[in-house]
Design a protein around this ligand. Structure first.
Ligand code: PCA
Length: 208
């Protein structure tokens, strides 16, 4: 069993990204019954998914879980769907790109559902005390594009790989002096561990 985990570099006015810190942490951890590989992806529409797609073709993971931050969200958001839309008119990516009404993939389907067991992941997080909800929009920024491109590749090439996206709240130190919600790094680490364990358990159950 192999799981590819990805995070993102910082972007906008943030100088840290919890998803990047989470990858650094995950790379030092042992997970029972599973080999993991971590990547940090660029916050650039044209490049964000490339490294992950290459690794999917080369390493052939059984599952891909992308992580990104969505400051303002109050809980771990397990994304249900990616849409074929790039829209960031007032929010340039790290290369200055500000698309409007641009498809992620020309002539691709309007939406593609995540194939991770999203309800089970959400329920497992909640039952272990981590605030978590199912989310019906990953936005129209880099995170959505990354999820869309991953799911599109899996569909096109019929890969035996599950994929999904987890949006994380900001870290406390990112929102001091604001009214934005946050989640401590330890809780985010716990969330990642629960997610990896849940996917691993479910997969090994399938194979029995
Ligand atoms: N969050 C952004 C892009 C990178 C990240 O961590 C998003 O939600 O699209």
């Amino acid at each position: 069993m192999k799981i590819l985990l990805t995070g993102f570099e910082p972007f906008g006015d943030m100088d840290i990204n919890p998803s990047h810190l989470l990858m650094e942490w995950a790379a030092t951890q042992e997970f029972e019954g599973v080999e993991i590989k971590t990547l940090s992806l660029p916050v650039v529409y044209a490049l964000c998914a490339e490294k992950a797609l290459e690794e999917m073709k080369r390493w052939e993971p059984d599952a891909v879980v992308h992580f990104g931050v969505a400051a303002g969200r109050e809980a771990v958001n397990v994304e249900r769907i990616a849409v074929n839309l790039e829209d960031a008119a007032s929010f340039p990516d790290n290369s200055g790109d500000t698309p409007q009404d641009r498809p992620v993939v020309n002539n691709g389907p309007d939406g593609i559902f995540a194939t991770l067991p999203v309800r089970r992941l959400t329920a497992q997080l909640q039952s272990r005390g981590v605030p978590a909800v199912l989310s019906y929009s990953a936005g129209t920024y880099i995170c959505n594009t990354t999820l869309y491109r991953t799911l599109h590749l899996i569909t096109q090439e019929n890969l035996p790989c599950q994929a999904g996206f987890i949006h994380l709240p900001a870290l406390p130190e990112m929102v001091t002096g604001t009214r934005l919600p946050s989640m401590a790094m330890e809780t985010q680490q716990q969330a990642l561990r629960i997610i990896v364990e849940t996917i691993t358990e479910e997969k090994s159950h399938d194979k029995r």
